[in-house]
Design a protein around this ligand. Structure first.
Ligand SMILES: Cc1cc2nc3c(=O)[nH]c(=O)nc-3n(C[C@H](O)[C@H](O)[C@H](O)COP(=O)(O)O)c2cc1C
Ligand SMILES: O=C(O)C(=O)c1ccccc1
Length: 364
């Protein structure tokens, strides 16, 4: 069966993956309310099509920090792609480059930054960081990212620790043997390899290694270590968006971490406009969380996002089809987006403004 929707890719992945790994991918914090709300919120924005517009040459290409993308999309940073497929991040890198998508590599990637870069030389890559207690490890990663032609840094700021994910607690989820974070010393990641009953190795590991005391004042330390653009991921309020700009952020990723951190936050689709309206018009704002259709990418752009990141669906494709599967997910999103542009009478991304949406329909 050729999957015709992202959900069908998900079904194929679920059939292939051990249940505890599926749960780690799919799971979220608390009652998983925010995770469910993410996907629902995009669909509450109805599309307002215009007619009798020349849509013979739709174009969804865009430019972000000087790099060309075939669509306003990228792969969200996700730890340990090797849990989905043995080719791990190297396969995802090939898929993203072939699809013309940005790849945001997680600090907890299972392949080295250099291996990932070599797997897809033409691709656009950024590196995501968590603020570890070990600042020297962070400084070393920044230098390596620059040397390996990563084009931006994304500091994830919604995780003083990993959230309380009940599926992982029930499964006593820990990384399987051989699964390590290839870019960090073993002592910085070994904590994720064991879990007592009722505990999560991922959560315990974050308590050991993430620095929960970091504040806005510390950002200057990172800022002066690099000339790369620095984005903050996990901002949901106008207040924090303004502080980010004041502290030298070059961009933002509006995100609730796919509902995996604080359950009960607004869906990313709802926080997006608040953040866009709080920052200078030329500051790139990206978004992630619950995008499951090409039309959701159109909605994100209409609400002011320069691009949207896609998380779990890429792991679904990777899990059932390796690099080809991940590429199929990204290609499908792009084709659906083009279809939306044509049928909505808005053939270019610049035609997508808030007038393209009717918000908060009471009908669904
Ligand atoms: C398995 C998994 C691992 C993740 N690991 C990271 C990570 O290392 N760093 C990070 O900033 N976000 C991480 N995230 C969050 C994603 O970047 C993204 O915010 C989230 O998945 C929302 O997108 P989605 O609804 O399309 O999955 C992870 C998400 C998943 C599902
Ligand atoms: O960020 C996450 O969601 C996540 O699952 C994770 C995985 C490994 C280490 C830290 C966080």
């Amino acid at each position: 069966m050729v999957p015709l929707t992202l959900a069908e890719h998900g079904a194929l992945a679920q059939a292939r993956l051990p249940a505890v790994i599926w749960d780690f991918f799919e799971g979220a914090a608390g009652s998983e309310w925010t995770a469910r709300a993410n996907a629902d919120a995009w669909r509450r924005h109805l599309l307002r099509p215009r007619v009798l517009v020349d849509v013979s040459a739709p174009d969804c290409g865009t430019e972000l920090f000087g790099a060309r993308l075939a669509a306003p999309y990228g792969v969200a940073p996700m730890a340990y792609h090797g849990l989905a497929h043995p080719d791990a991040e190297c396969a995802t890198a090939r898929a993203a480059a072939a699809a013309g998508a940005l790849l945001v590599v997680s600090i907890f990637a299972g392949r080295t930054l250099e291996e990932i870069a070599a797997a897809a030389p033409g691709g656009t890559r950024w590196l995501q960081l968590y603020w570890l207690r070990d600042r020297e490890a962070l400084a070393a990663l920044v230098a390596r990212a620059e040397a390996a032609d990563y084009r931006a840094l994304v500091l994830t700021v919604d995780a003083p620790k990993v959230g309380r994910r009940l599926r992982d607690l029930r499964n006593a989820f820990a990384l399987p043997p051989g699964m390590t974070a290839a870019n960090l010393a073993a002592r910085l990641t070994s904590g994720a390899a064991h879990a007592e009953p009722g505990r999560s190795g991922i959560e315990e590991h974050s308590r050991q290694q993430f620095d929960p005391a970091v504040t806005w004042a510390d950002l200057a330390w990172l800022r002066r270590r690099t000339t790369l653009p620095l984005l903050l991921k996990g901002v949901l309020t106008a207040e924090d968006a303004k502080l980010a700009v004041d502290h030298g952020a070059d961009g933002l990723v509006v995100s609730n971490h796919g509902g995996r951190q604080l359950d009960g936050t607004p869906p990313a689709a709802d926080a997006l406009a608040e953040v866009v309206d709080a920052v200078p018009a030329d500051l790139p704002v990206l978004v992630d969380g619950g995008l499951r259709h090409g039309a959701d990418l159109a909605r994100a752009v209409a609400l002011g996002a320069r691009a949207a990141l896609v998380g779990r669906p890429v792991l679904w494709g990777l899990a059932h089809g390796g690099a080809d599967g991940a590429r199929a997910v990204l290609d499908l999103l792009r084709e659906e987006l083009l279809d939306t542009l044509v049928l909505a009478g808005r053939p270019a991304l610049a035609d997508l403004d808030r007038g393209a949406l009717a918000s908060r329909s009471p009908y669904i």
